[in-house]
Design a protein around this ligand. Structure first.
Ligand code: KG4
Ligand code: ZN
Length: 343
């Protein structure tokens, strides 16, 4: 019997149906265009859009999965971390469905779900929890940059995180300085393909720091000063491409070097990566090359599951419910600042 999952932690409204570790449907309605004119996600607008879109998105997820509501076996939703008003929409909707259908409900940690999305292979998108352990996992998104040691399935330890901006935030903020539309990550990725990553030398923050933490705000500041001193550079397409490739190169080098270093130190065989930034082509290429050089196996989240989606929430929820029968209380509240270690 299948499980229905909701994800509304930020600016994607998503519903998915999963069954026996397989993603039967994964519908995502993105609000990116709505927030673009504000240069970032506006929480109140996000919540209103989730309210408007969740029902049609859920209906479409059931239709694509060819499942009716009364055939559902369980319901899940992202419980945190995320924007409080946005989280509330998906969590309360899921709890209501579970209450009406008298089915178990599970609240899921958003980053824990990202962590396990590389365990899903596809198409068809199927999870395999017997592989990939132990591993070192990089979770890189607009809100977070985490390095995690997964000792075995569902047992993980946070190694490090960003002490200031997340990697995706660095892409988005430096892109904004270059006049690129929000979110700038995919645009920098596109422009950088035709650019020279060695054209301009930007700092690699905390590259040599022995901790597994990251920092990206200094890189953003250095791009700001660089553009103050070279304003006309933005008018020349090739130099803009070189700038994108150079900034991207700095971010990617730090992410790759610190991930591989942690994997070697902890003597794991597997490296995994997920989160919106793991769509980045240079990151995917460089991580693959570095893992190959160091004898590490790499599994990247499938492109469809890199960014926020309910499929990853459903896969993790089904797994957890199958291991321990009880779910979360139906009156459980959102957890906007939920620590990964507490999940
Ligand atoms: O995981 P996600 O959809 O949402 C959360 O932040 O949780 O990640 C969105 C982030 C944004 O910062 C976006 O610019 C970045 O992922 N991103 C990329 C690419 N695609 C999305 N960054 C670099 N290259 C990309 N191709
Ligand atoms: Zn996310």
């Amino acid at each position: 019997m299948p499980l229905l999952a909701f994800e509304t932690s930020c600016d994607e409204t998503s519903a998915a149906v999963v069954h026996h570790g397989r993603v039967l449907s994964n519908v995502v309605s993105s609000q990116v265009a709505l927030h673009a004119e504000y240069g970032g996600v506006v929480p109140e607008l996000a919540a209103r859009e989730h309210l408007r879109n969740l029902l049609p998105v859920a209906r479409e997820a059931l239709r694509q999965a060819e499942v009716t509501a009364d055939q559902l076996d369980a319901v899940a939703a992202t419980q945190g971390p995320g924007l409080p008003s946005a989280l509330m929409v998906g969590l309360k909707a899921a709890q209501t469905v579970a209450f009406v259908l008298r089915r178990p409900f599970l609240g899921v940690h958003h980053h824990e779900a990202h962590l396990y999305s590389p365990w899903i292979k596809g198409p068809p998108l199927m999870a395999d929890f017997s592989e990939l352990q132990p591993n070192v996992s990089l979770v890189v998104s607009g809100g977070h940059t985490l390095l995690v040691h997964v000792r075995q399935g569902l047992e993980h330890h946070l190694l490090g995180s960003t002490i200031d901006d997340a990697a995706g935030e660095c892409f988005d903020k430096t892109g904004k300085l270059m006049g690129l539309p929000y979110p700038a990550g995919p645009e920098i990725d596109r422009l950088a393909e035709g650019g020279n990553p060695k054209a301009f030398n930007f700092p690699r923050p905390m590259l040599d720091d022995p901790s597994d933490d990251f920092s990206f705000s200094g890189l953003k500041t250095s791009v700001r000063y660089f553009l103050r001193d070279h304003p006309s550079l933005l008018d020349e397409t090739q130099r803009l491409r070189d700038l994108c490739a150079s900034v991207q190169g700095a971010i990617v080098e730090v992410l790759v070097a610190k991930t591989v270093r942690a994997a070697k130190r902890l003597a794991v065989n597997w490296v995994t990566a997920s989160g919106g930034v793991s769509c980045n082509r240079a990151l995917r290429r460089e991580l693959a090359a570095a893992c190959a050089r160091n004898g590490l196996n790499l599994r990247l989240a499938p492109q469809a599951l890199c960014a926020d989606n309910a499929g990853m929430i459903g896969i993790l929820a089904e797994r957890k419910l199958s291991l321990r029968a009880e779910g979360t209380a139906l009156d459980g509240d959102i957890r906007p600042n939920w620590e990964l270690e507490a999940a």
